[in-house]
Design a protein around this ligand. Sequence first.
Ligand SMILES: Cc1cc2nc3c(=O)[nH]c(=O)nc-3n(C[C@H](O)[C@H](O)[C@H](O)COP(=O)(O)OP(=O)(O)OC[C@H]3O[C@@H](n4cnc5c(N)ncnc54)[C@H](O)[C@@H]3O)c2cc1C
Length: 484
Amino acid sequence: MEGRMPDLPSHRGIHAGIPPLTLALIYIGAVVLPLALAALLGETHRQVTVQLGAAAGSISAAMILLQMISSGRFEAVSGRIGIDITMAFHKWAAPMALAFALAHVALLIGLPDPDRPNRLARRFATLMTAERLWDARLALILLALLVGLALLRDRLPVRYQIWRGSHALGALALVGLVLAHLVTDGLLGPARAALWTGFAAAVTLPALWVYARRLTRPRSECWTVASLRRVTPRIHEMLLENPHGDSLDFRPGQFVWASVGGQRLPLHDHPFSIASAPGAPQLRLLIQEAGDFTSSLDAVEPGTRVAIDGPHGSFGPSDAPRDGLVLIAGGVGIAPILSMLETFARDGCACRLRFAYAMHDSRDMIPAAMFRPALATLGVTPLLTASRNAGGEIAQGRLGEAQMKLLLDGLDPKRVEVMICGPGPLMTTLTDTLNDLGVPLSHIHYERFSYGSGPLSRKDHRIMAGFATIFAALAAAMALYSLV
Ligand SMILES: Cc1cc2nc3c(=O)[nH]c(=O)nc-3n(C[C@H](O)[C@H](O)[C@H](O)COP(=O)(O)OP(=O)(O)OC[C@H]3O[C@@H](n4cnc5c(N)ncnc54)[C@H](O)[C@@H]3O)c2cc1C
């Protein structure tokens, strides 16, 4: 399981993007900015509930706008925190924006007043029927629909692409409606109207640019399929080459958006981890059959064009000094781990390396010939497990506490870094187990291949607590505004 190489210079490993705390502060600042300007300009209301309602509406609107750039496509913004956390935040910020929008409506209706018993019903009727508020009503319905459909996505009987396309178009329409509501009904002065218009443009144009760039990209930027073969009954190895001899500059562990077959519409791209080492003559993807696209790969011929957008993601070993590096792969999660193994085999690894690979059925493991040469160079013995058809060097069972102890044996758990990639439940269970064995949560990194719901690890709970702090800060800003 172990290999030690002489200390060699570590490979490139500086992540682009903004550090998490700075990013959180920028987010809070951007959401609160329109409120701060309103307070500064004295554009406030006398009634506390109306004042709170206006604040809730402003916060909701800003959160909705910022959803456009928290989609994981902007490495310069989210490259440091990675796509997992970016998408988790995107997922949680949407229902929070809806909650603030509902609070906006409820607070504008106000509290019951015994002296004016009809007031509530009158205000409610105005919000429901006033012609000028059509954009607000539509925006609220659309926001609720987008949130609901995203939460239920895995259970919807529609193709992922259809959901994705409708989500993007719905989000664009929502931004338009929110801006229309703010500018026409928001009783804004010219400075605030200009701020909101600039805000909407600043988030929408980069999001549109990401997709427009994909549509207009010259064909010469496309890669082609050099070969495609099944390496297990359900996993294909796709080797890509660049007709111009260009290589992709990436860090092991990163992924690309691949669009196979000259499809330019960005709805057709899929994220896949790179399974080869940086600088290798061909780019390797390991693709497991999961749905319509991945199950149709047998029809892809060598020479087929593949548009590659990347690299993306922050998954991968850090440059921090460490005692040991533990690499754990489950299922097709072997893809980014293989890239790391091959890179270390070529460039050297400055710490002790351990490797485990688990599969439900050993017949679904990629051929040993694909990882053996790297392990032999590194002097690492793999820990292989399978629940079915184990035998030979593949132990019967799953990865659990006993195996984690084995992987950590002889290492100082506090100075170990762990990379896990595999099914969600495997990653969350092993994260908690390794943490119980003394590995700090900040040293354990994993990459999810699906953003659907699933079990959460202690690390996920910590991240959620960070999100909750951001939302609490926004609620506090809302309360503070009512005191102005
Ligand atoms: C960062 C990352 C790295 C990944 N690396 C690999 C890899 O190396 N090998 C591998 O086999 N799989 C990988 N995946 C998963 C892979 O992207 C999906 O299995 C694939 O896109 C499914 O497409 P489909 O049309 O066959 O199935 P569908 O039925 O369309 O989708 C099945 C599920 O895959 C996910 N998915 C589909 N399309 C997308 C998309 N465009 N963006 C995000 N999620 C999508 C959704 O959760 C969906 O429910 C990775 C996913 C992510 C997020």
